[in-house]
Design a protein around this ligand. Structure first.
Ligand code: GLA
Length: 727
């Protein structure tokens, strides 16, 4: 059993392979958090909490004149607003018209086999390998209940959490904040790793010490965003890739979120994570309940590589549901950087012809094929094929592409509408805008109100018509603006935070419909590149366009950051033309290929305009990817050097799960005269095994301890890809 309840000590101890987590119901019925760290026994760790009369730290009801019980200092499992804990909190709620105050005490618990499921929200799944602990807390004064759920994947070293708030009162309950997780550590010597960014520069690695005060990251944009990512790591100063304690926390939610880390006044570090509560006020009528999105966390003392590989494995096996998850992802050419809005069937077929000759699997028709859409100012919402522009029907185009031996994929942006569209002209109220004000435009488009059932039905109908109109096996699901001034004509006066969450529930409903109805279709997520790259989306879309920045060198940093919390199979990456469209950098064709092979591989350029030497190189790249796709998609991934620290060469590697094959890849980012030889140490190999590296034999131990000498760079941004195969 991974979950053990001790009746005498009233402790819940959860064991995973690399951690132990403990909670205790104390003498007042409070659920305290007593241990989280390296695996240990079921001792009652509440002895670590030292009672003491501490100034300005209040006591809960029932503590009487015991001034040593400090709500503001004790580690709590699900801290609430209004009960003398002034740190960052999980829950703020109260009966309508009353001061929001709660005092939650232990009510009951239940342990069961299998992982709990959530309706309408992404969540890990697992039958025999998981257990569920449900702890019910009840407000001391009202019939308000909070169900804390823990899904424990013992062998996979992962625990999930969520909270369900239930109103059994006779009056409505208003929830102003409902976080998914709180982690209270008893000391405050910690650091936070998080991933910030902007459009075309997502998931940049940053590691900061947690000083006194609150470090907060989050999004108020209606999507998890380019700017911050709902995945963070708490670690120690000494933690490295290979050793040291670290705890990764991932929120399975694709909308606005908030993660706060606070170093406490008298030691102690608290991390809370959940949906953004800005302008949030969810009304629960009597008998109703509200479910906070799921959070997943994992602890190891073996450093960042171990943490990342563990999380990737569990996301791959217990989050991604697509039929495509273990299949070779189609190598593709996408029309966006190849043609933008300027194409017809002839041009597309010329690209497809080259793609087929090179050995690619698919042509993806990106933006511009529908309505009146020759730039990004019009047409969103009118999802009828522009046959005049194409010069044929979609079915005719797809049939021709299929005849060349290629599959066909298509881009959609169904969450949005252009004002210059028939959809907007006939349903202006379907777009979100504050009445009486000019709507906020971004990319000249408005957001459709996905909280409304008729809008969702319209989108489902579009998908049905599209998929049934031709042999479409891939959809790129895009979303290209942040959400602002949210107002739903169906629910005038609803707080923006509520509309935002209902929008997300609506989006998940649509994506679930696609998953259920068209399980064979591969859906790739996208939001101006990686503006919605989060574990919530992976539940519906097994891969996500990682960034609109296709420059191989900038992608080094983007892939490095993304690799901390996400499986490489989810990272869509393409080779594009040079000078690069986003930053005008020129890199060798080989380097662009090596960088793009860090995930779901493809091209984003006019293949019909390639130079002969580029064609040869592309043919080889596609063959290498095809031969080794399992390694690239499912191998353990090791960050060998960091582009944020080593400005000369960025090196990474994949090792197959059975350690039979490995590949070490790298890109030189600077050159020097009279340079020292560059060396790199492999990771994750079998120490005693012998590996063949370009005809030379090395033990795994030699490759990992001594390393290898890297090939000398011949030009700017030169790169290498070196295979090791067990002999
Ligand atoms: C977004 C995507 C791009 C492309 C364009 C089309 O920016 O990230 O890949 O699909 O939209 O408008």
């Amino acid at each position: 059993m991974a979950i053990i309840y001790n009746e005498q000590t009233k402790t819940f101890t959860i064991h995973t392979e690399k951690s132990t987590y403990q909670m205790k119901v104390d003498q007042h019925g409070m659920l305290l958090h007593t241990y989280f760290g390296a695996p240990t026994d079921e001792s009652d760790y509440s002895y670590l909490i030292v009672p003491e009369d501490r100034g300005f730290c209040g006591q809960p009801a029932g503590a009487g004149d015991d001034r040593t019980y400090s709500m503001d200092f004790y580690p709590q499992e699900y801290p609430v607003h209004g009960n003398s804990d002034f740190r960052v909190l999980c829950l703020k709620a109260g009966l309508k018209g009353h001061v929001p105050t709660l005092d939650l005490r232990f009510f009951s618990y239940h342990i069961s086999r299998g992982k709990y499921a959530l309706s309408g929200l992404p969540a890990l799944f697992g039958e025999d390998e998981a257990e569920t602990l449900e702890i019910v807390l009840k407000d001391l004064f009202e019939e308000i209940y909070v169900h804390l759920y823990y899904g424990v994947f013992e062998e996979k070293n992962v625990i999930t959490r969520t909270a369900v708030i239930e109103n059994r009162c006779k009056e409505p309950l208003e929830i102003k904040r409902a976080m998914s997780l709180c982690l209270d550590f008893m000391d405050n010597d910690m650091e936070l790793v998080h991933f910030y960014g902007k459009h075309a520069c997502e998931r940049q690695f940053e590691r900061v010490p947690l000083l006194h005060g609150i470090v907060e990251i989050g999004s108020r944009r209606g999507a998890s965003s380019h700017q911050h990512n709902p995945f963070v790591v708490l670690c120690r100063k000494e933690t490295t890739e290979d050793a040291g304690a670290c705890c990764g926390v991932s929120l399975l939610y694709s909308g606005s979120f908030r993660i706060q880390a606070e170093a406490g006044q008298i030691e102690g570090t608290r991390l809370v994570c959940g949906m953004d509560d800005d302008e949030f006020c969810w009304t629960l009528e009597p008998g109703e309940s509200f479910t906070a999105p799921e959070a997943v966390f994992s602890y190891t003392e073996k450093g960042f590589s171990d943490l990342s590989n563990g999380l990737k494995a569990v996301f791959h096996q217990n989050l991604i549901r697509s039929e495509w998850k273990d299949k070779k992802r189609p190598t593709l050419v996408n029309s966006w950087e190849a043609a933008y809005f300027d194409f017809n069937a002839e041009k597309l077929l010329a690209i497809a012809k080259e793609a087929a000759e090179l050995g690619l699997d698919m042509l993806v028709l990106d933006d511009g094929w529908f309505g009146v859409r020759d730039d990004d100012n019009s047409g969103l919402g009118d999802w009828n094929v522009n046959e005049g522009k194409l010069g044929c029907s979609l079915r005719e185009l797809v049939d021709c592409v299929n005849k060349m031996g290629l599959q066909f994929g298509i881009w959609v942006e169904l969450e949005m509408v252009s004002e210059d569209s028939n959809l907007y002209r006939s349903h202006p109220d379907w777009a979100m805008a504050v009445p009486g004000r000019d709507p906020n435009r971004s990319r000249n488009q408005l957001v459709l109100d996905l909280s409304r059932a008729e809008v969702r039905q319209y989108i489902k109908n579009v998908i049905d018509t599209l998929i049934q109109s031709a042999n479409i096996t891939y959809i790129k699901w895009d979303m290209n603006r942040s959400m602002d001034n949210l107002y739903s004509a169906a629910e005038p006066g609803a707080p923006q935070g509520v509309v935002r969450h209902k929008y997300m529930l609506g989006l998940y409903e649509i994506l679930e419909y696609i998953h259920q109805t068209y399980p064979e279709v591969l859906v790739e997520g996208c939001s101006g590149g990686g503006g919605r790259f989060d574990a919530g989306m992976l539940y519906y879309t097994p891969q996500i366009w990682c960034s609109d920045n296709t420059d191989a060198v900038e992608r080094l940093g983007i892939h490095y950051g993304t690799s901390f919390g996400y499986p490489m199979s989810s990272v869509a990456a393409h080779v594009s033309e040079c000078p690069n469209e986003q930053n005008r950098r020129v890199t060798p064709f080989q380097t662009r290929g090596i960088c793009a092979m860090q995930g779901a591989f493809g091209y984003e350029m006019d293949l019909s305009a390639m130079l002969p030497e580029e064609k040869d190189c592309a043919k080889e790249q596609i063959a290498v990817y095809n031969q080794n796709y399992r390694l690239f998609q499912q191998g353990d991934y090791y960050r060998i050097t960091s582009p944020y620290e080593n400005h000369d060469v960025t090196v990474w590697s994949y090792v197959s799960r059975n350690k039979e094959t490995a590949v070490l890849c790298g890109v030189y980012t600077d050159l020097h005269g009279n340079a020292a030889p560059a060396r790199a140490k492999w990771k994750g190999l079998e120490e005693g095994a012998v590996y063949d590296v370009d005809g030379r034999k090395f033990t795994g131990m030699a490759l990992m301890r001594g390393g290898i000498v890297l090939p000398k760079p011949e030009c700017n941004y030169d790169s290498f890809m070196i295979f090791a195969r067990k002999v």
